[in-house]
Design a protein around this ligand. Sequence first.
Ligand code: SF4
Ligand code: SF4
Length: 80
Amino acid sequence: MSIWIPIPNKFISVDQDTCIGCGNCVTICGGEVFALEQEKAVVAHIEQCLECGNCEIACPVDAIKFCVPKGGTGIVYECG
Ligand code: SF4
Ligand code: SF4
């Protein structure tokens, strides 16, 4: 079970000038956060982010910047 607590600040960004449209982020993201628009990646569904950080690692040109959202925001998992 999980819920999404809205985040006031953007915690994922894609540098449109650097992105080469390879699609790695779209493929690797388990939350289906990214989409390709006119051969550039965009953050389409930030509310589905699982906060794994894989997108930043997978980008071959360092176009993605990810930082873990502040505690109490973003995705919150409930166990039990
Ligand atoms: S941090 Fe993980 S879930 Fe969030 S956008 Fe990146 S790859 Fe997707
Ligand atoms: S992995 Fe990087 S270069 Fe490739 S589409 Fe995503 S942002 Fe663009």
